[in-house]
Design a protein. Structure first.
Ligand SMILES: [Zn+2]
Length: 396
């Protein structure tokens, strides 16, 4: 812990050393081209002033001194760019922008070095939230055929932040051919985002077309199937909705719990009680998640009574323990118990609901982010389709 301040200053000390080497080298020749008597330590007093600032952890002042005493030339341009990058990494984006703009302003710079500085400046703008300015620079770089895949990746990230899904689709497709990597999963989500906008605006037909495009891009898009089910359900097309929902099982069995309730609703609207029973039994046997257990219990409760439903849950909990299952069991049992047993159940109910209150339901498989709501785009690591229902005793 005691070394922390030193570790922060260390990269700047390295830069200062490199600057020192350059300064020493450039002092070898004077303007007339004559070589003066040179010693490795014939550096200006400004250099030591800068070093002194660095050692006193006054990096701002140190950098001003170093930048002021050094002209940006072909030899030192990389050092200047690295300096700017260090500032960006430290979160001091304004300083980074100043340094990188200073590099670009030099007319004598070679094209490739200028593009290097331009790329870093675009990243500074992106970090500073100046997305329009970053976007323009990345496009300029792509136009110049410089830093193409990285600039495209950054543009993709910008368009997602701006919810500009049309441009996100275009750049992802270009990135696919530039990087030889599939972006089908992401593109399918972008189509779903567009479909959702249409659906919310009441344009169900347009929304369904976009969902088809999503599935055409990524046939395993669970989100597209769920959205297709939702749109058809809202239109009263229950048969089409059940077909879409049932596709989810093939696409990702972990997501079956997400569609069960909607699927059963559609079967109910179709008066297809036989299919409700068959599908629930199938899901119970295949996956045995608590959502299917509780939906089954609900069925039993409506067809028979509370006791039969409670017995069914007890039986399932023996095979696969679950806090949510226990909580439902207590809720049902409260209706047919009296006296001390009832009092005890009330205490248990309070404990289980407190336990569930603080338990996340979904978790990102990439970064571990968790919460009570389902996200298609992880708020933590910005991955798509990485958030799943939590499995095990505390989850599904
Ligand atoms: Zn994540």
């Amino acid at each position: 812990m005691d070394n922390a301040p030193l570790l922060i200053v260390l990269p700047f000390l390295v830069i200062a050393f490199i600057l020192g080497v350059f300064l020493g080298r450039s002092s070898k020749k004077n303007k007339m081209g004559k070589i003066p008597t040179y010693t490795p330590f014939s550096l200006s007093s400004d250099y030591f002033k800068g070093l002194n600032f660095l050692l006193n952890e006054q990096t701002d002042k140190a950098i001003d001194v170093f930048v002021g005493m050094l002209e940006v030339g072909e030899e030192t341009v990389d050092t200047h760019i690295s300096l700017g990058n260090l500032y960006r990494q430290r979160g001091e984006v304004e300083q980074a922008i100043k340094i990188h703009q200073n590099v670009i302003a030099k007319p004598s710079l070679s094209l490739s070095k200028r593009n290097d500085a331009l790329y870093e400046l675009a990243r500074d703008f992106m970090n500073a939230g100046l997305l329009d300015r970053a976007e323009n620079l990345f496009q300029e770089l792509i136009h110049k055929q410089s830093h193409v895949p990285s600039a495209m990746k950054s543009l993709l990230s910008i368009y997602q932040q701006e919810h500009d899904w049309d441009d996100a689709i275009l750049i992802a497709k270009k990135l696919e051919s530039a990087s030889n990597k599939s972006y089908a999963l992401q593109v399918a989500h972008f189509y779903c985002e567009l479909a959702l906008i249409d659906f919310k605006a009441g344009h169900s037909k347009g929304a369904l077309k976009l969902v088809k495009k999503a599935l055409g891009t990524d046939k395993n898009s669970v989100r597209a199937s769920i959205l297709e089910g939702e749109i058809n359900r809202s239109l009263g097309n229950y048969k089409a909705a059940t077909r879409a929902y049932r596709r989810v099982e093939q696409q990702d069995p972990l997501m079956v719990s997400e569609i069960l309730e909607s699927l059963l609703y559609c079967y109910k609207e179709l008066n297809n009680n036989k299919e409700i029973k068959t599908y629930l039994e199938h899901v119970l046997n295949e996956y045995g998640g608590i959502t299917s257990v509780l939906l089954c219990a609900k069925q039993i409760q409506s067809l028979k009574d509370d006791k039969a439903a409670a017995l069914f849950i007890v039986d399932s909990l023996r095979k696969k323990p679950s806090i949510r299952g226990l909580s439902s069991l207590i809720d049902i049992s409260l209706d047919f118990t009296k006296g001390t047993a009832h009092e005890n159940l009330l205490i248990l109910q309070e404990i289980t609901s407190k336990l569930l209150e603080n338990k996340p339901v979904y978790q990102c498989t990439q970064c571990g982010f968790n919460g009570k709501s389902m996200y298609w785009h992880c708020p933590g690591c910005k991955s798509w389709s990485s958030v799943k229902p939590i499995q095990g005793i505390e989850g599904e």
